[in-house]
Write a protein that binds this ligand. Structure first.
Ligand code: ATP
Ligand code: MG
Length: 292
């Protein structure tokens, strides 16, 4: 299968038919030949991304927002690190969203992410995002109770309302020139166990292990259900979800890189053209330098 087809395979383009269980976290089986070329292909993707980012920055019109969601140990951090490894650090902004602070809880649920949106010409990365408001908060209703919302506004439709507000917000951003791509790194429960165990067994990985993550594992089913509904409700033309198999790290990274490259190419970015007065100034500057 070509890379193009693979990318399309993981994009949720018919949300009404979406079922998370139809997506295999260990997919990439049978793609042995791809694995052999994985390093080379990823390096090419990373290079292409770096070039596109350079034009994005120079043109200063579009911005790109990449949103990453996943269960713990699915590889968000490693994917972000690898995919963006070639990009000029000045052109990228990474934000990680953890449990909200008291100040953040004192505002509407989009407030804290809103302040971190990428400027024109930049790539912004959300390592977790406002989607947690329909995931962890849904799985643990006591978190919702802490949000200080007026009681009569917290009804049984609260999740649908949040989906609706998120869709409207993302449409608004896209109409203002933000390219939005969303990635769910789909790791299996079995692979998560393996990765947790290696965090316990290997001293240099110990720091990554958190008891809280292990406890969240106990809510696996509830999370899968929340992800399933969330992806179905918020996959849109202007801000599509991609459900990326995450049991094989090389495959995750490759598909994410290719997806971003393809979408950015679709923007038909171009360096600003210099003409008229500015061109004359450049010519004069060149002459001045040469006659020094
Ligand atoms: P890593 O564990 O790889 O360092 P992480 O993204 O899991 O990265 P943590 O320090 O574990 O980072 O904290 C993230 C935690 O914060 C997650 O359990 C997540 O569900 C929680 N969180 C994020 N956003 C919210 C939110 N809006 N409300 C409540 N909890 C949230
Ligand atoms: Mg964690």
């Amino acid at each position: 299968m070509s890379l193009d087809k693979l990318i399309a395979k993981y994009r949720v383009s018919k949300p009404e038919k979406f079922r998370l269980k139809d997506f295999d976290p260990a997919d990439a089986d049978g793609l042995d030949e791809l694995e052999e070329q994985a390093d080379e292909l990823l390096a090419k993707g990373v290079e292409a991304l770096a070039e596109l980012q350079d034009v994005l920055y120079a043109q200063d019109r579009w911005s790109v927002l990449l949103i990453f969601q996943a269960m713990d140990a699915a590889g968000k951090d490693g994917t972000i690190k690898h995919v963006l490894s070639g990009v000029n650090p000045q052109g990228v902004q990474v934000f990680s969203f953890k449990a909200p602070s008291a100040e953040e809880l004192d505002h509407d649920f989009l407030w804290r992410t809103n302040r971190c949106l990428p400027e024109r010409g930049r790539i912004g990365i959300f390592n977790r995002s406002y989607y947690e408001e329909t995931l962890v908060v849904r799985v643990h209703p006591e978190l919702l109770a802490k949000q200080r919302m007026p009681e009569k506004l917290v009804g049984k439709n609260i999740w649908e309302e949040r989906f609706e507000d998120i869709n409207a917000f993302e449409r608004y951003l896209s109409r203002n020139g933000t390219l939005i791509l969303k990635f769910f790194l789909n790791v299996s429960k079995k692979e998560q166990k393996k990765r947790f165990l290696s965090r316990l067994e290997e001293p240099e990985k110990n720091w990554k292990f958190s008891l809280a993550d292990a406890q969240e594992r106990g809510y696996w089913k509830e999370y899968q259900k929340a992800y399933d509904e969330m992806i179905r409700a918020t996959s849109t033309e202007h801000a599509p979800w991609h459900v990326i198999p995450a049991d094989n790290k090389w495959f995750t990274r490759l598909i994410v890189a290719e997806t971003v490259v393809k979408a950015m190419k679709g923007l038909k970015l171009a360096y600003p053209k210099v003409s008229g007065e500015k061109l004359k100034q450049l010519e004069a500057a060149r002459e001045a330098l040469e006659s020094e």
